[in-house]
Design a protein around this ligand. Structure first.
Ligand SMILES: Cc1cc2nc3c(=O)[nH]c(=O)nc-3n(C[C@H](O)[C@H](O)[C@H](O)COP(=O)(O)O)c2cc1C
Length: 305
């Protein structure tokens, strides 16, 4: 039986397989590292970092939905310096792409973090301009083309590693933001972040989440992610890390056919810590059954009507 080549290249970052774990759903790998060897993964998008430590939002901050979850975690993290000192050395022991995910209150904060992380030796920086759960920065940058471009320029001018900008689905036309970010020099795009949602308790009439609203992720968002990856892939010539609801090889294959070069698994991890490995194996099987010699041959292969 011929072997399928799983390796991919995301904006110059070589990965032995196209499956990474999505930011905020895998911490810095310590807990999941007890279940399996992190070398099984193509890469890790680390928990979102800010310049200074953040406690995140008050609980309840996770609510289940029929096909996913709503979260309003709000970027709880130890801060970029603590990550570099305490988490990065351990992660570097492994053979996987280390993608640091950052959020800033100002474009300048993005610049400072990019400088620190480039120097510390991460493989790539994922610039989050799409967090729906924080007041400052976050989503505000991701919904306005000129602000998204400003943050991208700042990140690029302070980085020596590839910069991937994470787009929000909470916009009318995602290609408008994608084009602005591409013109500002981004090396890659990742999408989608969570979709804003809300649940209400009928008895108390209170929203289930203390922040009232949160971000929806999981299987419910997969078709939205596939549609947006396809639209963005048609609009700009940048490699894409696709995510949103991936739980099986077939989900990942759809995102790749729509135009993604690699995929991230997030919410599926909460039900099955081994989900990324199953996704990798499923993708391999899909490629093999269709006679492909490399899984990257799926990228952009959709045949629209
Ligand atoms: C609990 C939780 C925390 C998240 N934290 C971050 C974060 O810190 N930075 C970020 O860019 N995205 C964050 N995300 C968004 C995910 O990385 C991903 O874009 C989204 O959940 C869609 O993928 P999924 O449906 O596979 O989870 C978070 C998602 C969840 C569920």
């Amino acid at each position: 039986m011929s072997k399928v080549d799983l390796s991919v290249n995301l904006a110059g970052v070589k990965m032995k397989n196209p499956v990474v774990v999505a930011s905020g759903t895998f911490g810095f790998g310590r807990e999941y590292g007890q279940f399996y060897n992190l070398n099984e993964l193509g890469g890790i998008c680390c928990k979102g970092l800010t310049l200074h430590r953040r406690e995140g939002n008050p609980p309840p901050r996770i609510a289940e939905t029929p096909m996913g979850i709503l979260n309003s975690v709000g970027l709880q993290n130890p801060g970029v310096d603590a990550f570099i000192e305490h988490e990065l050395p351990e992660l570097k022991q492994h053979d996987l792409a280390i993608i640091a995910n950052i959020s800033g209150n100002t474009p300048e904060e993005y610049g400072i973090m990019c400088e620190k992380l480039s120097e510390a030796g991460v493989d790539m920086i994922e610039v989050n301009i799409s967090c729906p759960n924080v007041k400052a920065g976050g989503l505000a940058y991701g919904t306005k083309p000129e602000l998204a471009a400003e943050v991208t320029r700042m990140a690029k001018s302070h980085s020596t590693v590839p910069v991937m900008v994470k787009l929000s689905p909470n916009v009318t036309d995602i290609t408008e933001i994608a084009r602005a970010v591409a013109d500002a020099g981004a090396d890659a795009l990742s999408l989608i972040n969570t979709l804003r949602g809300m649940r209400i308790d009928l008895n108390t009439r209170r929203p289930i989440l203390k922040m009232n609203t949160g971000g929806l992720s999981g299987p419910a968002v997969l078709p939205v992610a596939v549609r947006m990856v396809w639209e963005v892939a048609c609009a700009v010539d940048l490699p894409i890390l696709g995510m949103g609801g991936v739980a099986k090889g077939g989900d990942a294959a759809q995102l790749m056919l729509a135009g993604a070069s690699a995929v991230a698994v997030g919410t599926a991890l909460f039900a099955d810590p081994l989900a990324p490995i199953r996704v990798r194996e499923g993708l391999c099987e899909i490629a093999r059954k269709r006679g492909l010699s490399a899984v990257r041959e799926l990228t952009g292969g959709v045949k629209p009507w």
